[in-house]
Design a protein around this ligand. Structure first.
Ligand code: FES
Length: 548
């Protein structure tokens, strides 16, 4: 393999790699703004300029320093090159670039959402000057509302054009452009056109400074308070890798987590903003009994005790039962619910809940796919239920079974959808004097008629595994505790099963569950599950607060 030397470190590389890519592969930092691995190279910001010495074939291969500094993001690595971004000339260039970039920048870090994760701020410390020589008036640019999710603060922009290239090279929608030239050039939307495409908010992540900001996150939290927990898209079948960013039990935003095998660097706006239902005011938080008095807030333990006993009695008394396992649940949830149902009635009908489909899959220019299937784990739930054996049906088969078999006297229904999901036909099929136990999160047509309602935790409030549209099994971690008195479906099922067996319930553990599943025929639940890389786990800011 050819080698080059970057800042005194000998690095192997593959033909065609740029100096910046080789540096990245070897954990060496070269500053960069306009370069992004998912976009074309324009080499416009010049912060990556490096001093390069290379063998000169016209001088017997003698190593000679190239007089001009070269952009590391655009220059191919070559055998025997000696590259420095720490030489006097390179450092002087970095200082000049930072000085130029900051000339018209308002330096309004105290009120900027990007502070704490700003490339300009970081590089100003590492590669900039301590003071500015610029005393003239700065050019002021307007703030603009350029789309449903994005605000543009033009005077913070450093014209890296990542956002413009994203709309041209990834979404193909081309809403953004560079307007003007020279000192007054700026990013803008075309007249009458909003930045409104299914991936529009990715430009916020791409912006290395605070020029493109997220309306949804604006002024809600300083980023250094946020903790990041690796997770998976819990709303669609994409399996997109995410970071859930939260503080003190509150989720504030979702960010894409790079995974070249799944979502590359992006997530859809639908996934990025679709999580808000977890803190809806109408979220159902307390177990209830039909016709029973509502439980007081300080009686949650009693509420769970009474309702779980009623749920178990109702299903046991029914004798023959059916259960609808939602595709919004994890494989582990499906496993524990299946164990419970089969323990109550070995011949129970098990169904996979309705799988919402919206249009067709849409493939972006770079291969990123927006999934039409709006449930994260239809395949995983089906896989687990199939492993349990017996009568496994889809949602319409479940309705049919209820209509055809009057001996089914009890039903266990799970939901956890982000919006109303109960169809009139399902409601009608369930009716008929059956005992109904509903485990769900939001109000829907079944809540009032259910004999027992048990409040469930959403996917961010529990750990588990989803299988995406391509059959990839991926685990996700619990980001925040379940809201108020809610519990994960696995825990509810384990509690009910322990009650049935007269045992003490154990606390749910996803690793342990996967192990048990593997020992019971689902070997892939240990062998094939992809786990998030360790370095992403609970990354905390290294900033310290000083109380004055
Ligand atoms: Fe190389 Fe911008 S990162 S010129």
């Amino acid at each position: 393999m050819p080698t080059c030397t970057i800042n005194d470190v000998v690095c192997e590389f593959e033909e065609g790699q740029t100096i910046l890519e080789v540096a990245h592969d070897n954990d060496l930092e070269i500053p960069h703004y306009c370069w992004h691995p998912g976009l074309s190279i324009v080499a416009s910001c010049r912060i990556c300029l490096a001093e390069v010495a290379a063998p000169n074939p016209r001088n017997d291969g003698k190593i000679e320093t190239i007089p001009k500094l070269l952009p590391a993001c655009q220059t191919p690595a070559g055998e025997g090159q000696i590259i420095s971004t720490k030489s006097e000339k390179a450092v002087e260039s970095q200082h000049s670039v930072m000085e130029l970039l900051l000339i018209n920048h308002p330096v309004d870090c105290p009120v900027c959402d990007q502070a704490g994760e700003c490339g300009l701020q970081d590089y100003a410390y590492r590669y900039g000057n301590a003071s500015s020589r610029f005393e003239e008036d700065k050019i002021k640019q307007p703030k603009k509302d350029i789309g449903p999710h994005v605000l543009l603060y033009s005077d913070r922009c450093i014209m890296c054009t990542r956002c413009v290239r994203f709309t041209r090279e990834v979404t193909g929608t081309g809403e953004l452009m560079v307007e003007g030239r020279g000192a007054t050039e700026s990013i803008d939307v075309f007249p009458g056109k909003a930045l409104d495409n299914p991936l529009s908010a990715n430009v916020i992540d791409l912006c290395p400074v605070g020029a493109l900001l997220d309306k949804d996150f604006l002024f809600t939290q300083r980023v250094w308070y946020l903790k990041s927990t690796p997770s998976i898209d819990g709303l669609t079948s994409s399996g997109d890798n995410l970071l859930v960013e939260h503080n003190q039990g509150e989720v504030y935003r979702l960010k894409p987590r790079e995974n070249m095998d799944v979502n590359r660097w992006w997530i859809t706006d639908e996934v990025r903003y679709g999580w808000h239902f977890i803190k809806n005011d109408d979220r159902l938080l307390m177990p209830t009994l039909k016709d029973g008095e509502p439980f007081e807030d300080d009686a949650a333990d009693e509420a769970w005790e009474v309702t779980e006993a009623a749920a178990l009695d109702g299903l046991q008394d029914a004798g023959h039962i059916a259960a609808l396992i939602s595709p919004m649940l994890s494989c582990e949830d499906a496993w524990h619910l299946g164990q419970l149902v089969r323990a109550i009635d070995p011949h129970a009908v098990l169904g996979v809940g309705p799988v919402p489909i919206d249009g067709q899959d849409q493939t972006m220019l770079d291969g990123f796919v927006i999934r039409a299937e709006k449930a994260p784990n239809a395949r995983g739930v089906r896989r687990v239920l199939d492993a349990l054996g017996g009568n496994i049906v889809d949602a319409s088969g479940f309705e049919q079974a209820l209509q055809d078999d009057a001996s089914i006297a009890g039903v266990l229904i799970t939901g956890n959808y982000p919006s109303e999901w109960v169809t009139p036909s399902l409601q009608q099929a369930i009716d008929g004097g059956r005992c109904v136990v509903l485990i769900d999160t939001l109000p829907n047509a079944l809540v009032d008629s259910a004999d027992v309602f048990l409040p469930a935790a959403t996917w961010m409030e529990k750990a588990g595994t989803f299988e995406n549209a391509t059959g990839r099994l991926q685990s996700f971690q619990q980001s925040v505790r379940p809201k108020r008195w809610c519990k994960g479906e696995s825990q509810i099922a384990m509690d009910l099963l322990a009650r049935l067996r007269g045992e003490t319930a154990a606390a749910f553990c996803d690793d342990q569950t996967r192990k048990v599943m593997s020992e019971n025929g689902l070997t892939e639940m240990v062998r094939d599950v992809h786990h998030p890389p360790a370095q992403d786990i609970q990354a905390e800011s290294d900033m310290h607060l000083i109380v004055l």
